[in-house]
Design a protein around this ligand. Structure first.
Ligand code: C5P
Length: 238
């Protein structure tokens, strides 16, 4: 009981209104989370973007990606804004500059996974992430949403897909955003990033014990969104 109260106090929203979606890169998390958030009319936390932004802000300030103390200070203070662009896509602003495209490259993802290994950076981003839990409800997308950031979330999903499909999806996504990428090189980069995310000492990528795993290989996005919405309904969230 006491433990439950502490968790409630830590997350400012009632836990019955949080859907935590975790999984490796290219598992479909981003698109699926956006679809679920839209369908429910809830807010979205793209936690990976926060790690990408810390790395970008560090690069802009000439801070090395292993300087834990300075990176943690960037993570606590950086000025970030998420909003919707005219085309309905997410737009991300760092210190008043639109960096949406810049943070989506695979090299920005690699930088993010380097800074994400650092304990002080994760600690600095923890409260920031929990502050997204306000309003009608939250769909939170990342690597440790169900295990660390929102451990009391009643719906936890772990998305996977075959390595080939994940690389192909990422490739398509980057192409659509006008970013050139080579599929073979991309596969290697993704494998390296996943290896780092799964093996790091702090908050490694794992399925929370109470998460529902969905293998999205060969599944259309809409079907994955529907499956999650069914779980949300079943657990009486809506
Ligand atoms: O999800 P996305 O590809 O934008 O994440 C970029 C990187 O940020 C991941 O590879 C991972 O290292 C890190 N990350 C994390 N914890 C999260 C979200 C992202 O460590 N909750």
């Amino acid at each position: 009981m006491f433990y439950w109260r502490v968790l409630l106090a830590l997350t400012s929203m009632k836990p019955e209104r949080i859907v935590a979606i975790d999984g490796p890169s290219g598992s479909g998390k981003g698109t699926v989370s956006r679809g679920v958030a839209r369908a429910l009319g809830w807010a979205l936390l793209d936690s990976g973007a926060l790690y990408r932004l810390v790395a970008l802000a560090a690069r802009q300030a000439g801070v090395s990606l292993d300087d834990e103390a300075r990176l943690a200070s960037i993570a606590s203070d950086f000025d970030v804004r998420f909003d919707l662009a005219e085309d309905g896509e997410e737009a991300i602003w760092l210190s008043g500059r639109d960096v949406t495209r810049q943070i989506r490259t695979e090299s920005a993802g690699g930088d993010a996974s380097q800074v994400a290994q650092l304990k002080q950076v994760r600690a600095a981003l923890l409260q920031r992430q929990r502050r997204f839990a306000e309003g009608p409800g939250l769909v939170a997308d990342g690597r440790d949403m169900g295990s660390i950031v929102f451990p009391a979330a009643p719906v936890k999903i772990y998305l996977t897909a075959s390595p080939e499909e994940r690389a192909a999806r990422r490739h398509k996504q980057l192409k659509e955003k006008g970013v050139t990428a080579n599929l073979a090189a991309l596969s290697l980069e993704i494998a390296e990033r996943d290896r780092r995310d799964m093996n790091r000492a702090v908050a490694p990528l794992v399925a929370a014990p109470d998460a529902v795993s969905i293998d999205t290989t060969g599944m259309p996005i809409e079907a994955v969104v529907e499956r999650i919405l069914a779980i949300v309904r079943e657990r009486l969230l809506i």
